[in-house]
Write a protein that binds this ligand. Structure first.
Ligand code: CDP
Length: 212
């Protein structure tokens, strides 16, 4: 693998992008940027400030007063309320432009010293169109709901499987049908099937990275 490569990973909710990205980050010594956490952190901040998430205008106004979003993966950002709020605000172009700029600046400032793996919904299709390798992770809805259910239970959250499945379907629908930057498979992406074991998945991916 060359130095300072940029790898993008897109895919639907709970498809394992986070786990795959942190594996790649450790194995290939790349920095990991989780774009979902930025949407979550922004949603958390807007909710805390009592901003109406249905109002594009109110959100736009409040973005003017926010100059920094933390990249830290606080546990409270992963609960289902914040998941819903994050996908709600992700429909607005103002929000997407705001978060895209944060990501692009962060990578630009650091790519000389480190390569990156960036995961999300529109990373290969929109944010980093010139990435060195684009992956799209595919997993069926039931497996994703099972994995998310287990993840929530393991971290001590209350969780009900049918509810999680319903929420995942709803989030998929929203992510795939929004006007700005919907979730799509980038033309030049490799589709990775992550329904099987984690070792099968990373075997497919490591082969691609080795050739970069
Ligand atoms: O971990 P999970 O796949 O459930 O979600 P996430 O990656 O943390 O993203 C939370 C929400 O932010 C998603 O449902 C998307 O609506 C939105 N998002 C987005 O629109 N674009 C991205 N690049 C990343 C997240």
């Amino acid at each position: 693998m060359r130095k300072n490569v940029l790898i993008t990973i897109d895919g639907p909710a709970a498809s394992g992008k986070g786990k795959i990205s942190s594996y790649i980050s450790k194995k290939w010594k790349l920095k990991h940027l989780d774009s979902g956490i930025l949407y979550r952190a922004l949603a958390f901040r807007l909710l805390k400030n009592d901003i109406n998430l249905e109002s594009d205008n109110d959100i736009k106004k409040s973005l003017k007063f926010i100059n920094k979003i933390s990249f830290r993966k606080y546990k409270q950002l992963r609960n289902e309320n914040i998941s819903k709020a994050a996908s709600k605000i992700a429909i607005y172009q103002s929000v997407r432009n705001f978060i895209n700029k944060i990501q692009q600046n962060h990578v630009k400032e650091n790519i000389k010293s480190n390569g990156f793996v960036v995961d999300g919904r529109d990373i290969g299709s929109k944010v980093f169109k010139n990435a060195d390798l684009k992956l799209y992770i595919e997993v069926n809805e039931q497996n994703r709901a099972k994995r998310r259910y287990k993840q929530l239970i393991d971290t001590g959250e209350k969780s009900i499987y049918p509810k999680i499945l319903k929420e995942i379907k709803l989030r998929d629908y929203k992510d795939r049908n929004r006007k700005y930057s919907p979730l799509v498979i980038p033309n030049d992406a490799f589709v990775i099937n992550n329904n099987g074991s984690f070792s099968d998945t990373i075997e497919q991916i490591n082969k691609l990275i080795k050739d970069l």
